[in-house]
Design a protein around this ligand. Sequence first.
Ligand SMILES: [Zn+2]
Ligand SMILES: [Zn+2]
Length: 308
Amino acid sequence: MMLGLLVGEPNKLERMDIWTSRSHQNCGEHAVNNELNLAPGKVLSNDQLSSIFKCSTTGGMRRSKKTKTLVIVSDHIKSLYDDRWLEDVLHYTGMGKVGPQSLTFMQNKTLNESNENGVGVHLFEVFTANQYVYVGRMLLAGEPYQEQQLDAKDNKRLVWMFPLRIVDGKQPNLSELVIQVLVEKKEKAARKLTDDELRKRVETAPAKAGSRKVVAIQPQRNEFVSELAKRRAKGNCQLCSKPAPFKKKDGFPCLESHHVIWISRGGDDTPENTVALCPNCHRKMHLLGHKADIVTLSLAALEPFVST
Ligand SMILES: [Zn+2]
Ligand SMILES: [Zn+2]
């Protein structure tokens, strides 16, 4: 899983000293930490994180007086909070699990003053249990503001949101797959909620959807092979045998080409591995992939292409 988490090699040129230059000046005794490089995208366990930063192993905001840092963790799997990226700015939820949050409370205060107090703010994101992905050193990108979120007792309350920007402006390359796995986990959790729990979450959900950059690996499929598979199907889905459910704007039947053995699993981009499916059956193959259906499609893919 760790291998699949990140795409590409972290750019060695971008490697940065986790301790800011200001921290060095203020904290000469930790010169040993000069040698400690933490590249964006580096994955640490909770223990490694705490031993590097000399901070607690718990909490979303972890202050370390020794290293003059504030580690903030945006945990996307178990967190109560609705942290979200809007392009390059992370809107990070402050500290305090129950009742209204206060801007002068503990690490909320530290973070609020972090552009002036010499404390280096370092962000980690969690997508998989005990894998802390280092994002980078962060700066406050604007005034903290309040919004409504649910607290740990499921009551509506006001939280403080901190807009944070990465100092060197670059997010680690997260693969689309990681986000997809996370979305599936969240959808599963949503299905388990009662109607009332669901309503409350909808009422406090931000109207503007978040967005973040991901790196997608897209196979470069051959459009001629795809076209041949569609013509060979003569307007009918090769799984359910029914005519395409509708015609596209250009008048052609809405069929989609599909690789019987997925390209990502080593399948070839050839007519003998390509079929044309209606959108329903296509989705069914990707979600279920029943063996019997794969056999049906393997045979269909071997049919010759006969011109009409
Ligand atoms: Zn079909
Ligand atoms: Zn497909």
